[in-house]
Write a protein that binds this ligand. Structure first.
Ligand code: HEC
Length: 100
């Protein structure tokens, strides 16, 4: 019985670290540089266009972030066919660094 327990917990521990490891703000920055920078500016510094200043995006509105990025908003295209859900989570982590 104890043996099974040890096998189970080590399996769980393994898959947990797998699930969490890939999500970092650095990966979010890379995605940002490739997909978002043209409109939202280098390091999220708004280039003075109509696009939203992402450094001011409210930190308590993650669901709004995911919704707007997935489905697009006015001048912004939808990203759901381009980016995975995990990629959007990475972008969220990057946006929350406020470019610092
Ligand atoms: C083609 C230009 C363009 C690109 C590329 C672009 N955006 Fe946008 N984005 C906009 C514009 C314009 C707005 C303002 C939309 C509005 O509120 O009218 C906006 C708004 C937003 C908002 C605010 C939405 C809200 O709820 O108010 C977020 C978050 C956002 N963009 C994230 C991203 C992310 C992340 C990427 C890269 C995956 C990205 N954008 C790429 C043009 C762009």
């Amino acid at each position: 019985m104890l043996k099974y327990f040890i096998v189970l917990t080590s399996l769980l521990g393994c898959s947990l670290s797998f699930a969490q490891l890939p999500l970092t703000a650095e990966q979010g920055k890379e995605l940002y540089d490739n997909n978002c920078q043209t409109c939202h500016g280098e390091d999220m510094v708004n280039p003075g266009t109509v696009s939203y200043d992402l450094r001011k995006f409210p930190a308590d509105s993650k669901s709004r972030f995911l919704e707007s990025v997935s489905n697009g908003k006015n001048g912004m295209p939808s990203w759901k066919t381009v980016l995975s859900r995990d990629d959007m989570e990475r972008l969220w982590l990057y946006v929350m660094t406020r470019g610092r």
